[in-house]
Design a protein around this ligand. Structure first.
Ligand SMILES: Cc1cc2nc3c(=O)[nH]c(=O)nc-3n(C[C@H](O)[C@H](O)[C@H](O)COP(=O)(O)OP(=O)(O)OC[C@H]3O[C@@H](n4cnc5c(N)ncnc54)[C@H](O)[C@@H]3O)c2cc1C
Length: 272
């Protein structure tokens, strides 16, 4: 049960309060305070005033070298509504079907929860995002999102997504019904150079403890014209290792995941 609640004004104060054993950083609370079965922390530190919330494009006015900066405190609905949001990230945010949850759930909370079927992680990984985060008594550091997700630390401040002309991207989720938990997620980003796939990154969720980049899957298609969906499914399915649970059997998840990757590759559109 929550016994202590703090709402610090500054990041350093928040990190100091979080140093106490068992303290939890509270953003939207849609993961950490939801679900009766989950143990609730005794001390919560509401970081709403301590982390940035803005969504903006920074960099050259001609768009070259520009980057999208998502404040960790930005909600899913703010991502959906922002004019700065590229279509594939908007699609990922919208895939959280419940608007009440989108109004509370934040970027930082989504990465902090680090769920296998996270809505945002796959597309952010595919787009080559990095994360600025800060630990107590240390300067803030920027590292690849994949590295932060593998060893989360401190508080995420900003997610930085490089923007580049001609990059095609998409983000999809598979679930049995729109509001159901996803069985898999897939996102990709690449260019078409002379009709061939170039610089492909694919990230997949639902096939391990967290969503992750899959260079082994991307290598199947790099430097070649995009195959048909049926051929993509055939080559990707053997690379997906699933665990059977209430969402589906191993075979169902493998085939559904491979079909999702095929759909994502064919749905990729230029990000304006
Ligand atoms: C009805 C419902 C539907 C949902 N649907 C989806 C869905 O479609 N897709 C999906 O991905 N998730 C879904 N979730 C799970 C949850 O809503 C998301 O993971 C959400 O993004 C969590 O964000 P939050 O701001 O609420 O995080 P919180 O619950 O406040 O925190 C989650 C975790 O992240 C940590 N954290 C928070 N902010 C930071 C930060 N800045 N830096 C480091 N760590 C931090 C917290 O300490 C905690 O461990 C759903 C939940 C509910 C209740």
């Amino acid at each position: 049960m929550v016994k202590e609640y703090f709402r610090p004004e500054s990041l350093d104060e928040a990190l100091e309060l979080l140093a106490a054993p068992g303290a939890l950083a509270l953003a939207g609370g849609t993961w950490s305070l939801a679900f009766e079965a989950r143990d609730k922390p005794e001390r919560v530190v509401d970081i709403g005033r301590a982390v940035p919330r803005t969504i903006e494009t920074r960099g050259a006015s001609d768009g070259r070298g520009a980057e999208l900066c998502l404040g960790a405190g930005a909600t899913f609905q703010e991502i959906v509504d922002s004019k700065s949001t590229p279509p594939a990230i908007r699609a990922a945010a919208t895939s959280m079907a419940n608007r009440n949850t989108r109004n509370r759930a934040t970027v930082g909370g989504n990465l902090g929860a680090n769920k296998s079927c996270s809505s945002l992680a796959p597309i952010l990984l595919a787009l080559g995002a990095s994360v600025e985060y800060k630990e107590r008594s240390k300067a803030s550091v920027t590292i690849a999102l994949a590295d932060w997700l593998a060893a989360p630390g401190g508080l995420v401040l900003t997610v930085i997504v490089p923007r580049a002309d001609g990059l095609r991207a998409s983000s999809l989720r598979a679930s049995r019904t729109a509001c159901d938990i996803a069985t898999s997620t897939a996102a990709c980003a690449f260019r078409l150079e002379g009709g061939k796939v170039a610089g492909l990154r694919i990230a997949i969720g639902g096939f391990g403890p967290r969503a992750s980049l899959r260079p082994d899957v991307a290598a199947l298609f790099e430097g070649k014209p995009l195959p048909t969906k049926a051929d993509i499914e055939k080559t990707v399915a053997p690379l997906l290792q699933a665990r059977a649970d209430q969402r589906g059997s191993v075979e169902y998840k493998r085939l559904r995941g491979a079909a999702l990757v095929a759909d994502a590759l064919h749905a990729a559109e230029e990000q304006i």
